[in-house]
Design a protein around this ligand. Structure first.
Ligand code: ATP
Ligand code: MG
Length: 649
């Protein structure tokens, strides 16, 4: 097909003119999905998909507001009826005007029909205005339910979905365009219906006037339709071919304009490189758009020429019918008006149909994503979550991340008794965080069990259990909320609980320095928002963990960014069993796990060693190695003595 000359050449292929080394996933191939789908799309395919799209859009509109949906459709329909009525009344006017007799009398005779034409026009315009109003009321309501549906499911899917690249692809498609097209799909669907109603009204009028006039309508609208389809498809194939380029442009634009990379853009003097990359993509896009403009102009010229020929033929045939006496002059006059009105309805219809198809692709992305995400929401569990435990046991647990080649945990068994402080240590990537997430009931093991006493966690509602566990996460979130909400996380346990939690690792000192104290918004992107340092944020994260009423407190690297004083305060607190909690402590600061009731050493996803500090030093394995290494940095002699089995204290 000639209008598909713009190939969606992958901009990241080396022979592409705009190829820049190392763009890698910036030109993600998932965006080609629609490009390819659209390239091979003919008008029939579009037409076949329409009914189901219309049905889905109407269902969504109905869900948003039955009243406004009904009003939009009913008022549009009535508008069509009055269009037809106005056209028929026009015949009366023309008949009176074309009849024999003196002009004033003819005008007088035409007056009643003229009044009907005027009346019909007023009513039709009012109906159309009403339909427009109802439709514009629908838009924001549809947007709202679409967004709520999307974010309702994204926040509920099992966490493991976020480790699956396919999930991210479809989430991105649904989020970037899908969800925002929901309202326009509904609007466009209504425009399609309006176009159909308009044409039906005209066809009805022509049928009433004279059956021979119906084929004339077809003759008048087909060339226009052809030109419209051709031009629209040209635009869409181009747009789809451009999607990867757009995506690259967005990503580069974000690097140039967002706050997060702003510092590194400068410190690594990236500006020139990024601007060159941006310019390459933008120029490629510009030349494609200019080529499109020229081709569309040509198509329009051809379409209009053909349309002119079609209209010419219509007038010739009408003239012949008049001469043959098959239709009276008044009817022919009305037919001309009707055909013009049919052409304009057809324009609406063609434009709306093409848009509906394009938006429909994105809308389908949205619907597909919601359906997929809903299938990723964990099944209903029969049992209630236990409130307490005497022992938490992990039995022979194996876990592999989606799309990972090797398991992150292999046959891991650990236990934590109520009131204990248990430490997990091991090198980077050994599986500590993964095990912590399994204990927090965020991931489900592929095999093996996690139990609170006799209750298997696979059988209970995760939501209820999670509310009994507090996690100070290694990659904690910097919530763009006030300092208070960053600690309370939307709960309200009163001021004393808040202050006590903030005091643990010195978050209270951080907050005391903020201009509005606990009410300070911790987000620099907003006026009066404040930013914290990495360590200050970590103090807040610790306070958050201690604020939660939880039987089990999981601290994953809680001190990585803390200064010596804050770290000491926190570990002292943990050592004193964090005020009666059971603690799972993950840390690389081995000096602070000496006091743990039990230490597990993970190595490549397996428990390599376990026992108390003394047991593990005596074992002289991984732990003893790591411990001695760290201790040597501080007190070389003491470390040597201890590793030789002579404790220094
Ligand atoms: N979301 C994920 N998807 C796929 N693989 C992951 C994911 N998170 C971690 N991994 C892999 O699982 C393994 C264990 O990671 P984990 O985060 O549990 O290590 P860790 O012991 O906490 O390391 P660190 O000391 O660096 O925090 C690593 O090999 C890591 O690459
Ligand atoms: Mg970790």
């Amino acid at each position: 097909m000639s209008d598909g000359a713009v190939r969606p050449a992958h901009p990241d292929t080396p022979d592409h003119p705009d190829h820049i080394d190392g763009l890698g996933e910036l030109a993600a191939p998932d965006w080609f999905a629609h490009g390819e789908r659209m390239m091979g799309v003919g008008f029939l395919t579009v037409a076949r998909r329409l009914p189901s799209l219309v049905a889905q859009a109407v269902r969504m509109a109905w869900q948003a507001s039955p009243r406004d949906t009904l009003a939009t459709v009913a008022l549009s329909l009535l508008g069509g009826v009055f269009t037809a009525f106005g056209l028929l009344a026009t015949t009366g006017v023309l008949e009176a005007l074309f009849s024999a007799g003196p002009t004033p009398e003819r005008i007088t005779a035409a007056l009643p029909a003229l009044a009907m034409v005027a009346g019909a026009a007023v009513i039709r315009t009012s109906l159309q205005a009403g339909a427009g109003w109802a439709q514009s009321r629908l838009d924001p309501q549809v947007s709202r339910i679409a967004e709520e549906r999307l974010y309702g499911v994204t926040s509920r899917v099992d966490l493991v979905a976020y480790d699956d690249p396919d999930f991210h692809d479809s989430l991105q498609r649904a989020r970037l365009r899908g969800v925002s097209t929901a309202d326009s799909v509904v609007g466009t669907t209504i425009n399609v219906l309006t176009g159909v109603i308009g044409i039906a009204a005209v066809a009805g009028v022509l049928g009433v006037l004279h059956p021979a006039l119906l084929p004339l309508l077809v003759l008048a609208v087909v060339p226009d339709a052809w030109a419209a389809v051709r031009s629209a498809r040209m635009r869409y194939t181009t747009m789809y071919a451009l999607i990867p380029a757009h995506r690259r442009k967005w990503i580069i634009a974000a690097l140039l304009a967002d706050r997060e990379p702003a510092a590194e853009v400068r410190s690594f003097t990236m500006r020139g490189f990024l601007m060159r990359m941006y310019d390459a993509v933008a120029r490629a896009e510009q030349s494609v758009m200019l080529r499109l403009a020229r081709k569309q102009m040509l198509a329009r010229l051809v379409g209009e020429a053909l349309g002119g020929i079609g209209t010419g033929i219509v007038y010739v045939v009408l003239g012949l019918l008049l001469i043959a006496g098959a239709v009276p002059l008044a009817v022919a006059g009305t037919a001309v008006l009707a055909i013009r009105s049919g052409q304009s309805s057809l324009n609406t219809l063609m434009f709306a149909t093409n848009r509906l198809y394009e938006e429909g692709l994105y809308f389908t992305d949205f619907l597909d994503f919601c359906a997929e995400a809903e299938s990723r929401i964990g099944r209903e569990r029969p049992s209630d979550a236990p409130h307490f435990f005497e022992r938490i046991s992990v039995e022979d647990v194996t876990f592999t991340y989606p799309a990972a080649d090797v398991p992150a945990l292999r046959g891991v068994s650990v236990h934590i008794d109520q009131g204990e402080v248990v430490a997990l240590v091991g090198e980077n990537g050994s599986g500590k965080t993964t095990l912590a997430k399994i204990l927090a009931n965020l991931y489900e093991p592929d095999s093996g069990h996690v139990r609170w006493d006799d209750t298997d966690l696979a059988l209970i509602e995760p939501h209820a259990l999670r509310s009994r566990i507090a996690v100070i996460a290694q990659d904690h979130t910097r919530w763009p909320l006030t300092a208070r909400h960053n600690i309370t996380m939307g709960t309200d346990k009163g001021e004393p609980a808040l202050l006590a939690a903030a005091e643990v690792a010195g978050a209270d000192e951080v907050i005391a320095d903020l201009p509005a104290g606990y009410a300070t918004l911790l987000d620099r992107r907003f006026k009066d928002g404040k930013e914290l340092s990495g360590g200050q944020w970590q103090r807040i994260a610790v306070a958050r963990g201690f604020h939660r009423d939880a039987a089990l407190l999981i601290c994953d690297e809680p001190t990585a960014a803390l200064d010596a004083r804050a770290e000491h305060a926190l570990f002292e607190r943990v050592r004193r069993h964090a005020d009666g909690r059971t603690v799972l402590l993950i840390t690389h600061r081995l000096a602070s796990v000496r006091y743990a009731d039990r230490i597990y050493v993970l190595d490549h996803g397996k428990v390599a060693e376990q026992g108390t500090h003394a047991d593990l030093m005596a074992l002289d394995g991984i732990y003893a190695d790591l411990y001695t290494l760290q201790a040597q940095a501080y007190a070389p002699d003491a470390a040597r003595r201890e590793s030789e089995g002579r404790p220094s204290m």
